[in-house]
Design a protein around this ligand. Structure first.
Ligand code: CMX
Length: 139
């Protein structure tokens, strides 16, 4: 697997975008509201990986509750894998606790699923299905 992105919970997306734009000397490659997850996101490309800033749209949301309990900071680590369904079955067999038993659609229309932090050393892990590269071309 590869590190696809790190998700960082922030209280204010505009403020965090300003900080990370200055730090990385670039602008976000994508911004998106994910209604289902109750977040607004900004994505920065960092080498082969990415940093995803997440601002909750509501206090009663996964990211809103996280900030209230723990403050802003790293919210999840996302790993990319081929064949997500098969990976979920294998992880479940190995004793990992799945939040999503089946993949769902996440940012950018990608297939994603979360593993519960209680079975992954306290870190929320998101899995995303690796997109196949176009034949003969770069990603
Ligand atoms: N990382 C590590 N631990 C976390 C966590 C996180 N991101 N979010 C919650 N927890 C911990 C809490 O600290 C709490 O621990 P304690 O019991 O020790 O206090 C425990 O999990 C329960 O927390 P909670 O606030 O009661 O939250 P819930 O149980 O309702 O939900 C979770 C927790 C992980 C199941 C839920 O947040 C979830 O389903 N997350 C997956 C979806 C998601 O995070 N979406 C936002 C990102 C969307 C995107 O990137 O597109």
């Amino acid at each position: 697997m590869k590190i696809h992105h790190l998700g960082i919970a922030v209280a204010s997306l505009p403020q965090a975008v300003e900080v990370f734009s200055a730090l990385l000397q670039t602008t976000p490659c994508a911004e998106e509201t994910i209604v289902d997850q109750k977040v607004r996101t900004a994505l920065f490309q960092v080498g082969e990986s990415r940093i995803e800033l997440l601002q909750p749209l509501e206090p009663d949301s996964a990211v809103g509750k996280f900030i209230a309990k723990r403050g802003a900071g790293i919210h999840h680590v996302t790993l990319s894998t081929p064949h997500l369904e098969a990976k979920l079955r294998a992880l479940e067999q190995s004793g990992f606790r799945l939040i999503d038993r089946e993949p769902r659609v996440g940012a950018g229309g990608e297939k994603i699923a979360f593993l519960h932090p209680s079975s992954t050393a306290g870190i929320l892990i998101e899995l995303v299905e690796e997109r196949s590269k176009p034949e003969g071309g770069e990603e």
